[in-house]
Write a protein that binds this ligand. Structure first.
Ligand code: KIV
Length: 289
C-alpha cells in the first residue's frame, strides 16, 4: 500500500530538486483517482466553495464543510498526505480558537496538515499549531479569502513594495514553522526568488516555473463542470464536463426514444415464476413486456 509523504520526505524532495505534484480533491472518487494517479499531496481546498458548492467566493465555506469533505477525501486517499484549508476567519479569532479548529480538521476530518492564508501576521497561530503537533502550510500571493479586501483576483508581486512584502512574509512563515508555502498568482521572478530564499518547498499556482512544486484545482485540470473559465495559469488535461454533458444527453435521448433499457438491462423470471406469470397473464389479460 502507498505510504503518505512525511514532512522530512517533503523537505528532502526540495533538497534533491524533485518537483512536488499537488492537486485539490473534495470527495471520495476525486481523492481515490488522484492517489491512483500518483499525486504527492492532496489539498482539500476551500475552492470547493466555488467548484463544488456553487458560491462566488470561498468566504461562505464553513469549518463543517471542510470537515465533511476532508472525511470523504481521507476515505478515498488512504496513502497520500492530505492538507486541508482552514476556511475564512477560523484562524483569526486567537491562537486557541485556531488550535481548536485545526484539531477538528485533523481529528474529525482526517487531515494530516492544515493551510492558512496570510504572512507574518500568522506567526503566533502557526507557532501554536506546530507546538501542538499540527503541520501547517502557508499561502501567500493571491489569498482568495481576502478577495473583498483585495478587490479582485489579480497577480501579486508586480510592484517593488508588494514583492518585498511577499519575500518578507515567506521568511516569516518559514521562521514560524510552516513546512511548505503555496504561492498563488505571484510573478515568476518573485516566486523563484522566494523559492531560493526559504528552506521549505514552495508550491505554485500561477507562480511560474521556479517553484518546488505545483498545485491545480481538480475541476480546472479536468474542465469538470459547466462554464469553467479558461485561466492562463491552468493547463487543461481533459474536458470531462463535455464528456459528462454528452453522456447525459445521450441517456435522456435513449429514455425518450425507448432505446434504453434493452432486454439485457432487465431481470428475467426463473422457470417456476415464469409459469406463475403465464397464469397471471392469462387470468388478468396483461401483456408480458
Ligand atoms: O482552495 C484552494 O484550492 C487553494 C489552491 C488554489 C491553492 O487554496
Amino acid at each position: 500500500m502507498k505510504q503518505a509523504l512525511t514532512l522530512p520526505k517533503i523537505k528532502a524532495m526540495k533538497q534533491a530538486g524533485h518537483k512536488i505534484a499537488m492537486l485539490t480533491a473534495y470527495d471520495y472518487p476525486s481523492a481515490k483517482l488522484a492517489e491512483e494517479a500518483g499525486v504527492d499531496m492532496i489539498l482539500v481546498g476551500d475552492s470547493l466553495g466555488n467548484v463544488v458548492l456553487g458560491y462566488d467566493t470561498t468566504v461562505p465555506v464553513t469549518l463543517e464543510d471542510m470537515i465533511y469533505h476532508t472525511r470523504a477525501v481521507a476515505r478515498g486517499a488512504t496513502g497520500t498526505m492530505i492538507v486541508t484549508d482552514m476556511p475564512f476567519a477560523t484562524y483569526r479569532l486567537g491562537a486557541s480558537e485556531t488550535l481548536r479548529n485545526a484539531a477538528r480538521l485533523m481529528r474529525e476530518g482526517g487531515a494530516h496538515a492544515v493551510k492558512m492564508e496570510g504572512g507574518a501576521d500568522l506567526a503566533e497561530e502557526i507557532n501554536r499549531l506546530t507546538a501542538a503537533g499540527i503541520p501547517v502550510v502557508g499561502h501567500l500571493g493571491l489569498t482568495p479569502q481576502s478577495v473583498h479586501q483585495i478587490g479582485g483576483y489579480r497577480v501579486q508581486g508586480k510592484q517593488q513594495e508588494e514583492a518585498e512584502k511577499l519575500l518578507a512574509d515567506a521568511k516569516a512563515l518559514e521562521q514560524a514553522g510552516v513546512f511548505a508555502i503555496v504561492l498563488e498568482l505571484v510573478t515568476e521572478p518573485i516566486a523563484a526568488a522566494i523559492t531560493q530564499s526559504v528552506s521549505v518547498p514552495t508550491i505554485g499556482i500561477g507562480a511560474g516555473r521556479g517553484c518546488d512544486g505545483q498545485v491545480l484545482v481538480y475541476h480546472d485540470l479536468l474542465r469538470y463542470g459547466s462554464g469553467i473559465r479558461d485561466k492562463r495559469f491552468v493547463k487543461t488535461y481533459a474536458d470531462i464536463g463535455s464528456v459528462i454533458r454528452q453522456a447525459i444527453s445521450d441517456y435522456v435521448g435513449d429514455v425518450k426514444s425507448a432505446a434504453f433499457p434493452e432486454e439485457k438491462h432487465g431481470f428475467q423470471l426463473d422457470e417456476a415464476a415464469a409459469k406463475t406469470m403465464e397464469s397471471i397473464t392469462r387470468l388478468y389479460g396483461v401483456e408480458a413486456p
